[in-house]
Design a protein around this ligand. Sequence first.
Ligand SMILES: Nc1ncnc2c1ncn2[C@@H]1O[C@H](COP(=O)(O)OP(=O)(O)OP(=O)(O)O)[C@@H](O)[C@H]1O
Ligand SMILES: [Mg+2]
Length: 464
Amino acid sequence: MGLKPRILIADDEPLTLELVVERLQAEGYEVEVVSDGEEAIEAARRNSFKLVLTDLSMPGMGGMEVLAHFVKHYPETPVIVLTGFGTIETAVEAIKRGAYDYLSKPANLDEISLTLKRAINHKDLKEENVALRSQIQEQHRPDRLIGQSSAIHHLYRIIKRVAKTDSTVLITGESGTGKELVANGIHYQSPRRDMPFVPINCGAIPEELLESELFGHEKGAFTGAFKERRGRFELANKGTVFLDEIGEMSPKLQVKLLRFLQETKIQRVGGSRTVEVDVRILAATNKDLERAVTESEFREDLFYRLNVIPIHVPPLRERTGDISLLIQHFLKQHCVKKNIPQKQMSAAAIESLEQYDWPGNVRELENVIERLVILTDTDEIQLLDLPKRMQVVVQQPEARHIELGQDGINLKETLDSLENRLIVDALQRAGGVKNKAAKLLGLNRTTLIEKMKKKQIDFPSSML
Ligand SMILES: Nc1ncnc2c1ncn2[C@@H]1O[C@H](COP(=O)(O)OP(=O)(O)OP(=O)(O)O)[C@@H](O)[C@H]1O
Ligand SMILES: [Mg+2]
């Protein structure tokens, strides 16, 4: 059966290495070992590797540089980094810079073996998929809006209705709420769905360039215009133009856009011909455009032209009912994407995320889930795995949610509050009868009363 997969290990600790190499060879890998970054790069020149496992701290050239070298020159080779104890930030940094995964030292052999298998599997799958994917990309349908809240149902209905028309739509909402998905949804449900959907981020393109981006230019229209070029309106002919961040458009361009909307004709920069184009306009903004109008930053006439059909996408904190569904969706999506076995999230963690404020809306939620998928080792993501600011639920640990977590735990406090809860539970179930409650807890009556006093638990039977 074919060649043995060859892997490269860069690490300067021969003792740990020996066992690892032995194990990997037993599993059918061909292993080459080097002890610093330069040697790793040299090795890559001679051989091609299916995978690289590199320590981050080595004398001379370190692991980050090895990583950078492979990401740049052999992007198809997954790199796994080994990090010292308690340096999670470094691991995160490595992942950001393109590492496939990380292992904390001392890593056990099973963990190493599993991680390698996963990475190699992933690489093979990726290669198989390349051809397929490029086909799919052409007819790429964006994700649909996930949600069950009445707000989202309302959006579905509007999108469907609006898609049938050619009316201009102004989509408003905070950053990360899904405005672009709404625009996508409208286009792909409209009769124009087989024609281009052309998004333009008006805030990201410098003003001088935006005009020629939108309307195109003739040869020689300005320095650097060596060739004539069609603008996005022309490219989108018969399709949809999505003007994102319309609130950032300069007054000068606002005038030109308004003229286009009135005449449906464009004139390239530096030209005199006019060309008729047939595009549907969708626009989006996270600014309060009406206010911008009263403050004379945005033209009133343009605002009314755009705002024929307003669609508002509410912030996530106003539709908390969608949060658990979105969590499931992103967990699935990112585990599949990274070829990681499906992860779950504990009830307490979900509850906490439901109570968080989400200033960055769905985008923030998606980013958090993606990070958790990468950085959590267990199959179930726990409350304590969440970023601190998202641990909103007052920690009233239930026995099955108690975990040591990344930053450790205050044992005494945890046990205390657990004890409180169990005592209150027992008293409740016993209808306040201390004898019964004590029995439920395996204590004698006086011990229970003592504990209640000490903890100031006041529980007269008349309360029930
Ligand atoms: N209801 C949803 N279901 C699934 N994914 C969503 C939903 N809403 C947003 N997303 C995802 O969240 C991310 C942000 O959405 P999008 O880019 O549409 O937001 P936006 O409102 O355009 O934000 P910005 O104003 O910052 O441009 C995207 O990855 C998008 O796929
Ligand atoms: Mg957007």
